[in-house]
Ligand binder design. Structure first.
Ligand code: PEP
Ligand code: MG
Length: 895
């Protein structure tokens, strides 16, 4: 016997089940499932995805045995429906079919559908007689001719629409519904004539010929450009193929006792447990979505909320509504999830055409998951699996009103989520001046540097034309919870002229723009925003997540505001406080510059002494906000030139303030210039040459700590040394830190246990982790630098061409966003293993941007890391992703 290529369903039975979605496609699998559980589904059969694979591989051939199986399946259908396919004059009845695609993953609108198939010049007469409605029969026939012409034969729909418009003009008719049976009868030969003219062939009257042509067209549509692009964007494999569902037609347009509609078993935007949907009386499915007639609300409660006062289905057809409501409950119980259904009522009989997991907002997803646990439909672990962690972002930031129109100026990388509008400014200084006057500003830069921090702080949103997802702007904006678009290569920012040029439009300083950091879109003017809401469901779900996760979640934060936000979001400490961000305040930067420009150690120490009180205050705040939790403070990391002024006016000011000449500053800047500063004099290398810098920072940490301990606080400071490549660097710097810390504690008469550890952010450090662990009391993987140095790819510039790599399929993901498990991940594994082999139980975390990326968090869980550290607004995302990782398995959905 040949392989089974078709699976029949209907009449209370089915050959397939919902578990067979790979073979039958999502739509097909659910049609089989609904038939099997006794719902009234128009009978039909599914041609499997394997037929598609065969069809594509053989360039249009069908497998042996398919023809016989299709004939047998049609015969079964004819028996159930009591009508012959294509009509029988003797029976006075006609069976018409729909032919629809249905892939394993939903691909809405990407592939083709043909309805009313089987009509021809004879069958239309039988249909007219059978239904007693000539107008309906001829309207159905012309719809079929147009759809078949368009979808199967490639005759563009405007040919038919033009004919219809001309006819209406000639006969002074306005609406389609004004056309009588005679009008459609007169139009049909014109439609058929158009097909014959365009294709050079007669319109096929033979129903089986129509059927095979339609099946071929659907399979063929799997390879059309639109579908290919959609698959690429949604990670759907070309190999999967689509199934084809052939089903008996039922009609919602057979009069006032017929209707058709779409519905959700719960409200998809709020998640409320109410029946939610729309329908039209005497209409076909396409009319509901076409927007020509205003659909009516399904239930009375929806009607009450709407201002349109259209009759609900509950009012008009109460018995059928009750039946539909029963189906709603049955489907929810069966699938344990909110469903999106389509139905048709044909002459008082209800048919269910489709069900699938309903798309929903994150707010609705949370409510539905939490409600379903209390209703006993799912358990809390399943609720955790139901929420896509990255979608939580939608709840944590203001978002643009989805209903508001957008005048889009450009697209870049969605570097930091949220939305904001404000007036354009082009320098950090201007941002501060405008903000001082109470203006909301959006800062536009080519890229940002630490010098821009205070300007960024007062801006509502940030855009940069260069840089990727881990550029300075992106990292800082995410930390601040501000929307940011980076890498907007198509727009030009001219700081000198204070202009931004996008799509031929030139905007000036002060012009209003809106930033959508979640979509990476810049808009002209203002688009209204909606504020985030933290419902109780959010807290409930997070509580469940915390119970199952193994990974700790800390935050990257160095300002009191960020630390508070992080703690509020449930961070279990700080995993990375970047101390360099603490030196840009105008009061402090001057001392920092003095330190950098100093000609000898003694002069450097004088300047460092002035910075010490500021640092002490910073650390005191962080440690007390995170009372009872660990705070990892990273000592100074970036190359020093980042702190020096580069604009002539700034150089003058600094020179004046420090009592040196502008030339001195320029000369010193030149001395500090490096060709590859990211690979240069930075990180621990700064302290090997100038130990007094780390000495001052350590002193500040432990003076702050000692004060807090004396006033009864419980604190856990951790000192972290960056960019270590060799154990010797750490040995020396740890000795310096311990000596300084112990001296301060002794001076203050305080006992405090603390830890000194290191970042592992260079390949050599990962390989030498065993040696390094002899000194390091903890590791934190700095996967931003580790990715940069493993790939030899600049984290600040790569965004410009990585996009092209992705488009060309050279790279499937951005390694600065999602950890590259094959390379960088391998180093993380090696580093962890070697470190723990030397020092059993070594605490290991990650504090690169990957610490907030769900896929990378799964990797960290699997690799046995102790914690991830991420920007404050990602803390809830990380808590949920860590819980999902602990639960294992794929996220379940029948969408
Ligand atoms: C890293 O390199 O991953 C890291 C966290 O440090 P930074 O981003 O500050 O270089
Ligand atoms: Mg780093």
């Amino acid at each position: 016997m040949s392989q089974k290529w078709t699976y029949s369903f209907g009449g209370g039975a089915a050959e397939g089940r919902s578990t067979m979605r790979n073979l039958l496609g999502g739509k097909g699998a659910n049609l089989h499932e609904m038939s099997a559980i006794g719902l009234s589904v128009p009978p039909g059969f599914t041609l499997t995805t394997e037929v598609c694979t065969h069809f594509v591989a053989s360039k249009g051939d069908y497998p042996d045995g398919l023809n016989d199986q299709v004939n047998a399946a049609i015969a079964k259908l004819e028996t159930i429906m009591g009508a012959p396919f294509g009509g029988g004059a003797d029976e006075g009845k006609v069976l018409l079919l729909s032919v629809r695609s249905g892939a394993r993953a939903s691909m809405p609108g990407m592939m083709d559908t043909v309805l009313n198939l089987g009509l021809n010049d004879e069958a239309v007469e039988i249909l007219a007689a059978e239904t007693g409605d000539g107008r309906f029969a001829y309207d159905s026939y012309r719809r079929f001719v147009q759809m078949f012409g368009d979808v199967v034969l490639g005759v563009d729909h405007y040919h038919f629409e033009d004919l219809l418009e001309d006819y209406k003009l000639d006969h002074a008719l306005t609406l389609d519904t004004d056309l009588t049976v005679d009008d459609w009868k007169a139009l049909l030969p014109k439609y058929i004539g158009a097909i014959e003219k365009q294709t050079g062939n007669p319109f096929p009257q033979d129903p089986r010929q129509q059927l095979w042509a339609a099946i071929g067209a659907v399979f063929h549509s799997w390879t059309n450009k639109r579908a290919q692009t959609y698959r690429m964007l949604h990670d759907i494999s070309d190999e999967w193929g689509t199934a084809v569902n052939v089903q008996a037609m039922v009609f919602g347009n057979m009069g006032d006792d017929s209707a058709t509609g779409v519905c959700f078993t719960r409200n998809p935007s709020t998640g409320e447990n109410m029946f939610y949907g729309e329908y039209l009386v005497n209409a076909q499915g396409e009319d509901v979505v076409a927007g020509i007639r205003t659909p009516q609300p399904l239930s009375n409660s929806e009607k009450e909320r709407s201002s349109l006062h259209l009759p609900s289905l509950e009012e008009l057809m109460p018995k059928l509504y009750a039946e539909l409501d029963d189906v709603r409950h049955a489907l929810e119980r069966h699938y344990s999830d909110m469903q999106d259904m389509e139905f048709t009522i044909q002459k008082g009989k209800l048919w269910i055409l489709q069900t699938r997991g309903g798309k929903r907002t994150t707010k609705a997803a949370l409510k539905i998951a939490v409600d379903m646990v209390s209703e006993g439909l799912i358990d809390s672990n399943e609720a955790i699996r139901r929420i896509e962690p990255s979608h939580l972002d939608q709840l944590l930031h203001p978002t643009l009103d989805p209903k508001a129109p957008r005048d889009i100026l450009g697209q870049g990388l969605p570097a930091s989520p949220g939305a904001a509008f404000g007036k354009l400014v082009f320098t950090a200084k201007a941002a501060e001046e405008w903000a001082e006057r109470g203006e909301a500003v959006i800062l536009a830069r080519v890229e940002t540097s630490p010098e821009d921090i205070s300007g960024m702080h007062v801006s509502k949103g940030i855009i940069t034309t260069r840089g990727g997802m881990t550029s300075h702007a992106a990292v800082v904006a995410r930390g601040m919870g501000k929307p940011c678009i980076s890498g907007m290569g198509d727009i030009t920012v001219n700081v000198k002229d204070k202009t931004l040029t996008a799509m031929g439009v030139v905007l000036k300083e002060g012009d209003l723009v809106t930033v959508d950091g979640s979509a990476g879109q810049l808009m002209r003017g203002t688009v209204p925003t909606v504020e985030p809401e933290f419902s109780g469901d959010f807290g409930t779900l997070m509580g469940w997540a915390d119970q199952v996760r193994r990974l700790g979640v800390r935050a990257n934060a160095e300002t009191p505001t960020d630390a508070k936000v992080a703690r509020g979001f449930g961070a279990q400490g700080i995993g990375l406080a970047r101390t360099e961000h603490m030196f840009f305040d105008p009061e402090r930067i001057i001392h920092m510059r003095e330190m950098i420009l100093a000609s000898d150690e003694q002069a450097r120490r004088v300047a460092l002494d002035k910075l010490l009180p500021y640092q002490r205050q910073d650390f005191s705040q962080l440690l007390s906000i995170m009372e009872g939790l660990p705070v990892t403070i990273r000592l100074l990391d970036p190359p020093l030139h980042e702190f020096l002024p580069d604009q002539p006016a700034d150089i003058e000011n600094v020179a004046k303030a420090l009592g040196v000449s502008a030339e001195d500053i320029i000369r010193r800047s030149k001395d500090l210039h490096e060709f590859n500063p990211m690979l240069g004099h930075r990180g621990c290398r700064l302290a090997i040459t100038y130990p007094e810098i780390y000495e001052m920072q350590t002193r500040a940490i432990f003076e702050a700590a000692a004060d807090l301990v004396k006033s009864g606080h419980t604190i856990y400071p951790e000192v972290m040394i960056p960019l270590v490549a060799d154990r010797e660097e750490l040995t020396r710097l740890k000795a310096l830190v311990v000596k300084t810390a112990d001296a301060v504690l002794a001076e203050q008469g305080v006992e405090l246990s603390y830890h000194v550890g290191t970042m592992i952010e260079l390949p050599r450090a990962a390989l030498q982790a065993g040696e390094i662990a002899k000194d390091a009391e903890f590791f934190s993987f700095g996967t931003n630098d580790l990715t940069q140095t493993t790939y030899g790819l600049s984290r600040d510039d790569a965004g410009r061409f990585l996009q092209i790599y992705r488009e060309k399929g050279v790279m499937q993901f951005d390694p600065f966003v999602t950890i590259d498990q094959a390379g960088v991940g391998e180093l993380v594994k090696i580093g962890t293993e070697r470190g723990r082999a030397e020092r059993p139980g070594l605490k290991v975390g990650i504090c690169g941007e990957h610490g907030g990326d769900p896929a990378s968090i799964h990797f960290c869980h699997d690799t046995g890391l102790d914690y991830v550290s991420c920007s404050p607004y990602r803390v809830p995302i990380a808590r949920l992703a860590a819980a999902q990782a602990a639960l294992g398995g794929d996220v379940k959905t029948n969408a």
